[in-house]
Design a protein around this ligand. Structure first.
Ligand code: ADP
Ligand code: MG
Length: 728
C-alpha cells in the first residue's frame, strides 16, 4: 500500500470514538439557543411581542420603535449566553449560507465601551455583496445589495454569534437570494388556498405550506477523504474501481449504526436540538457509510432555513469527529447516491391538513380539490419542476436506476386512482339528486377507509402521494430546498387561483351549486392531467418510451432542463403570482447555467490532474518494475525467457495501451475545454461543457480504473473505494 494511503488508513483505524455524554433530555435542550416564542415572552415587552407575532402570523410591518425594543431584548438574551457577535444570516445563490460577523462591542469615547445592537442593525445591513452571484442584476442596477430581517424565522445563537435570518435583495428590490422568492411563493399559495378553503369553512384565514426534508449523506473518515484530491475539490470521486463487495448484500440499510457514526449523530442531534431543528429520525441508508437524517416537518420557510443551517452544522460537527460529510448526490460510482426527499403539504390555521382526507364527505371534497389541483399543477408545469432540481451533481442521480428518472410523474396509488376514475364519470352540468347521493356516499365518502390500506408506496416515483402529503423525491442532497419549494408552491398557487375563477363563473353564470361546480371542474381537470399519473416502474426503459408518447419532458442534463425556467410560460407564471419578475428569473437562470459550467470545468481540471500526475506516473513506475523483471528473466533463461515472462509482457503492453489512451483522451478533453472556454454565450458554453467535455470523464476514468486493478497495490496512491466505504 502506498505511503499516503497507509498513513490515512492508520490514522483512521487508530481513532477512538469520541464519547458523547448526554445528561439532558432532548426536550429540555430543544430551542435553547433560539429566540423563539417562549424566549420572546420572557424578554420582550407586551407591545413588541404582539408586534413580532403579528408580523409572523399576518405579515404586518414592524415599526422602528418595536424594532429597537426587539433588538435590545435580543442583545440582552444573547449576552446572557456569552454571545459576543451578531450577523445577518442569509442564503445567497451560491447555495451555501453567508454570514459576516460584527461585534456588539462599540466604543463611546473617554476610553469606555458598551455592547450595542440597535433596531437599525437588526432590521437592515449592507454586506459588501459584490462577490455573490447576481446574474447581472447588480451590474444593470445599483451596485449594492442589502439584507433585511425576516421575523418569520427566529434568530438563533450559533457558537458565540447571534444569527438573524434575513432576505438578501438589490437596492432596486430584486431578490439576490433563495429566501425572497420563497416567501413570495408562500404568500401566493396562502392567498390562493385560503380563498378556496372559504368555500368549505369561512373561519379559515391562513394556509401554511409545510416541508419535511429527509437529508441523505455519506460519512467518510477525514484522513481518507483528504487523501483524495477529487473528494477535496469536487465533493465526489472522479475515479476509483468498484470494490469486490458493494451494496449487493443490502447489509447496511437500517442495520446497526457504527459507533463512531452514531456518536457523530448524537452530537449533531444535540446541536440541532439547541438550534431548534426538530430532528427525529436517523438510520443507515442503502450504500455503505451512507446515512439519513429527518426532522419533524415545519412551516416551509423555517424548514428551508433549518436544512441550510443543518448542512453547515453537519460539516462542523463532522470535523470534530474526524469525519467528512459528503452531501454530493453521487460521491461514488456504482453505489447509491444521495437525495433529499421534500415532503410537502398545506395546512389551515384551523388545523386541517388539506392533503389529508377528512371524516365527512365535505372535508373529503376539500381534500380532493387540493389533491387534484396539485396533480394538475404538476402536469402543467412538469418541466419547470424538473428545472427546479437541476444541478451538475443531481444529473448523476436522476435516471440512474436508483433515483427517480428525469421524467416528472405523479404516483397516487391504486385506490385513489379508482376514486379519480369514478369522479371522471360524473355528468356535466347540474347533477341529479341520485348522482349527488352516490358521489357523497360511495365515492367521496369512502376515501378515509381507502387510504388506511394505501401503504403501497412506489419508490421509483419522483412525485408520490403518501397518505397525507406529496413527496418530491427527485430533489438532490446538496440542494437548497427553497428552489424546488418556490416552484411547487407557485405552480399550486396559480392552479388554485385558476380553479377558483372557474368555480365562481360556474356558480354565478351557470347557476350551479357549489359542489356541482366543484365536481364539474374536478372532472375536467382529472381528464386533462391524466398523462402525468404513472403507477409503474419509473426506472424502466419502457417508461421512457411511454412518457415520450404522453408528451412528458425527459431532460437528462442540467443545461437542457434549466431552459424551462426562462420559457415565456414560466416567466409569466412567476410574474402573475408576484414571485419573481422577468429580471429575477433570467438572473437565476444565468447563475445556474454558469454554475453548471464552472462545476464541470473544475471536475475536468481535477480529473486531468489526477490522471496526469497520479495515475500515469504510477503506471510507468509499475511498468518499469515489470520491465526490470523481464530483463532479469532474460538473464536467467536467455532466449527462452519469453515462456516465463508471458504474463509480464502482456501486462507491459496493456499498461502502455491504457497510458496511451489516458494521454490522448486527456489531451482531447483539454482541447474541448479550450474550445468551450472561447464561447461567449453562456448557454452555448454550458452545452459545450455538457456534451463535448463531460463525455471524456467516463472514458478517462475507464482506463484509470483498469490500471487500478493491474498495478501493485503498494504503489497505488489513491485511497481505494473499499477503504473509503468500508473503514469505520
Ligand atoms: P419515509 O418517507 O422515509 O417513509 P415519513 O413519510 O414517515 O418517512 O416521513 C418523512 C418526512 O415527512 C419527515 O420529515 C416528516 O416530518 C415529513 N412529514 C410527515 N407528515 C408531513 C406532512 N403532513 N407535511 C409535510 N411533511 C410531512
Ligand atoms: Mg420519504
Amino acid at each position: 500500500m502506498s505511503k499516503i494511503r497507509f498513513q490515512a488508513l492508520a490514522e483512521t483505524l487508530n481513532r477512538k470514538p469520541i464519547a458523547i455524554e448526554e445528561n439532558s433530555r432532548r426536550s429540555d435542550l430543544f430551542g435553547k439557543n433560539v429566540f423563539n416564542e417562549s424566549t420572546m415572552r420572557q424578554y420582550l415587552t407586551k407591545e413588541s411581542y404582539i408586534g413580532v407575532m403579528s408580523a409572523i402570523e399576518h405579515g404586518t410591518k414592524i415599526d422602528r420603535k418595536i424594532a429597537d425594543q426587539v433588538s435590545s431584548a435580543m442583545k440582552e438574551w444573547a449576552l446572557s449566553k456569552g454571545v459576543t457577535h451578531y450577523t445577518h444570516w442569509f442564503q445567497p445563490l451560491t447555495g451555501a449560507t453567508a454570514e459576516k460577523h460584527d461585534a456588539f462591542f462599540e466604543t463611546i469615547g473617554g476610553g469606555m465601551a458598551i455592547e450595542k445592537f440597535g433596531g437599525n442593525q437588526l432590521v437592515q445591513q449592507e454586506p459588501d455583496a459584490s462577490s455573490f452571484p447576481n446574474g447581472g442584476i447588480r451590474n444593470t442596477f445599483e451596485a449594492r445589495g442589502y439584507t433585511a430581517w425576516d421575523p418569520t424565522s427566529p434568530a438563533f445563537i450559533y457558537g458565540t454569534t447571534l444569527c438573524v435570518p434575513t432576505i438578501f435583495v438589490s437596492y432596486t428590490g430584486e431578490a439576490l437570494d433563495y429566501k425572497t422568492p420563497l416567501l413570495r411563493a408562500l404568500r401566493a399559495v396562502d392567498d390562493a388556498a385560503t380563498a378556496i378553503c372559504k368555500y368549505f369553512d369561512k373561519n379559515v384565514k391562513k394556509v401554511t405550506s409545510s416541508l419535511g426534508w429527509e437529508q441523505e449523506y455519506f460519512l467518510i473518515d477525514k484522513a481518507l477523504a483528504s487523501s483524495r484530491p477529487d473528494i477535496t475539490l469536487t465533493g465526489r470521486t472522479l475515479l476509483g474501481h468498484s470494490p469486490a463487495k458493494g451494496q449487493q448484500l443490502d447489509d447496511h440499510y437500517f442495520g446497526s449504526i457504527p459507533t463512531r457514526a452514531l456518536n457523530f449523530m448524537r452530537d449533531l442531534e444535540t446541536e440541532c436540538m439547541l438550534l431548534g431543528i426538530p430532528v427525529k429520525t436517523r438510520h443507515n441508508e442503502v450504500a455503505p457509510n451512507q446515512f439519513e437524517l429527518a426532522p419533524i416537518y415545519e412551516e416551509s420557510n423555517l424548514a428551508v432555513d433549518h436544512n441550510s443551517l443543518l448542512m453547515d452544522v453537519m460539516n462542523k460537527v463532522a470535523s470534530r469527529h474526524n469525519f467528512k460529510v459528503l452531501l454530493h448526490e453521487k460521491p461514488f460510482a456504482g453505489v447509491n447516491g444521495s437525495g433529499k426527499h421534500n415532503n410537502w403539504s398545506l395546512t389551515t390555521d384551523t388545523g386541517v391538513n388539506l392533503l389529508s382526507p377528512g371524516k365527512t364527505p365535505m372535508s373529503n371534497l376539500q381534500f380532493l380539490v387540493f389533491f387534484v389541483n396539485t396533480i394538475k399543477a404538476v402536469y402543467e408545469n412538469e418541466e419547470l419542476l424538473r428545472a427546479g432540481i437541476a444541478s451538475a451533481s443531481n444529473d448523476h442521480r436522476l435516471g440512474a436506476n436508483e433515483a427517480p428518472p428525469a421524467i416528472i410523474s405523479v404516483f397516487i396509488g391504486e385506490q385513489l386512482t379508482k376514486v379519480l376514475q369514478e369522479l371522471e364519470g360524473v355528468s356535466t352540468g347540474k347533477l341529479s339528486p341520485e348522482e349527488k347521493t352516490d358521489l357523497k356516499l360511495n365515492v367521496v365518502g369512502k376515501i378515509p377507509d381507502v387510504l388506511l390500506d394505501n401503504t403501497d408506496r412506489n419508490r421509483t416515483s419522483p412525485f408520490a402521494f403518501t397518505g397525507n402529503k406529496f413527496e418530491f423525491r427527485a430533489v438532490g442532497s446538496t440542494a437548497n430546498c427553497a428552489n424546488p419549494m418556490t416552484v411547487l408552491n407557485t405552480i399550486v398557487a396559480k392552479q388554485l387561483k385558476d380553479f377558483k375563477n372557474k368555480i365562481d363563473v360556474l356558480i354565478e353564470n351557470d347557476g350551479l351549486k357549489k359542489d356541482e361546480a366543484i365536481f364539474n371542474v374536478l372532472r375536467e381537470y382529472i381528464k386533462a392531467s391524466k398523462n402525468i399519473l404513472f403507477e409503474g416502474n419509473g426506472y424502466g426503459a419502457e417508461w421512457e418510451k411511454e412518457a415520450k408518447k404522453r408528451g412528458l419532458s425527459n431532460n437528462k442534463t442540467t443545461p437542457e432542463a434549466l431552459k424551462a425556467k426562462i420559457s415565456k410560460k414560466a416567466i409569466s407564471l412567476f410574474e402573475e403570482m408576484e414571485v419573481m419578475n422577468k429580471i429575477e428569473v433570467e438572473a437565476r437562470y444565468e447563475i445556474e447555467i454558469e454554475e453548471y459550467t464552472l462545476r464541470i470545468q473544475i471536475e475536468a481540471r481535477v480529473l486531468g490532474d489526477i490522471a496526469g500526475n497520479h495515475v500515469i506516473p504510477t503506471a510507468v513506475k509499475y511498468q518499469n518494475m515489470l520491465i526490470e523483471n523481464v530483463r532479469g528473466l532474460k538473464d536467467i533463461f536467455g532466449n527462452n525467457y519469453q515462456k516465463h515472462a508471458k504474463e509480464q509482457l502482456k501486462l507491459i503492453e496493456k499498461i502502455s495501451e491504457h497510458i496511451e489512451a489516458i494521454h490522448s483522451k486527456v489531451d482531447e478533453m483539454v482541447e474541448a475545454r479550450k474550445k468551450a472556454n472561447k464561447i461567449e454565450d453562456i448557454e452555448a458554453k454550458a452545452h459545450a461543457y455538457c456534451f463535448d467535455v463531460k463525455p471524456y470523464f467516463d472514458e478517462i476514468r475507464y482506463h484509470c480504473d483498469k490500471l487500478e486493478l493491474m498495478i501493485d497495490d503498494e504503489l497505488w496512491p489513491l485511497t481505494k473505494y473499499r477503504e473509503l466505504l468500508f473503514t469505520r
